[in-house]
Design a protein around this ligand. Sequence first.
Ligand SMILES: [Zn+2]
Length: 331
Amino acid sequence: MIDSTKSIATCKDTLVWDAHAGVFPDSNINLNLLDHWHDHGVNYVSINVGFDVMDWDQTLKTLAAYRNWLLANSNKFIVAGSVKEIADAKANGKLAVSFDIEGMNALNGDINMIGLYHGLGVRQMLFAYNLNNKTAGGCHDKDIGLTPFGFDVVHEMNRVGLIVDCSHASYSTTMDIMHVSDKPVVFSHSNPDTIWPHERNISDDQIKACAKTDGVIGINGMGIFLGNNNSSNNTLLRHIDYLAELVETRHIGLGFDYSPKVDIDIGEILKSRPDFWPAGNGYDTPDIQHAAPSQLMDLSTTLQKHGYSDKDIQGIMGENFKRVATACWGS
Ligand SMILES: [Zn+2]
């Protein structure tokens, strides 16, 4: 039984997997902020090195800077390419990190970039960042499916060993991806739209299609996607309960989209690009609340109190995403 009186970090049977951090991708960011995950007992986190808002070469620049920083700080962190390396990092008290990219503009139209990114430590890619691009549709844009190039991208990601991630994409694009992928598909950081209607959230159809691929939906910790800017564990529980009822706990994980404060004025950036972050979606909410890794121990206790079994909790905390990674990354 999970001992809720201890930190989740000390529960050696519980793997803690955060499928997506919301750190703003920039080569000047000081990754000391990863201490927040390390110190709260997270074993693995995926951090994004780019998104469609930036030019593709900025993604490479950020990836180069993050890799070098992590390699220089190997006393606490590792760049993990496999599930085995994540297990080793956990055993050694280190935080395993890999990279994701939010949107296929990072390919610059070249399918060969997928293998290159994989070689540099990227293990998860999203198809669009809110707006349509040459590969796919975004969730804040006209609903389009995958383009012919987008179908090739899914096949290449399956072949190379990247997790196919549907967060931020349009409804039709996600349904195309889940239909064509021969590996499990995830929504790394998206919540059920029935609990809190938002274009970034996902419908029952999408949730069921994801489960059918044996994929996982990561609960997003941002208050504006959870409901009424409330990121308490009771709000997280409402979303988890709903998913558990609809598709079983084996398809639930965590992708908190969390970032500690950074030296960049994110509010100004959001305001300067109303195309990517359109008005009426709560992006201008003052003091957006955010579930953080520091809540994880209490979340585990909350789930226990509400009747979730140890196996359910371990699945939600990390084993479910680990199962997908094993299937997608290979050994
Ligand atoms: Zn995101």
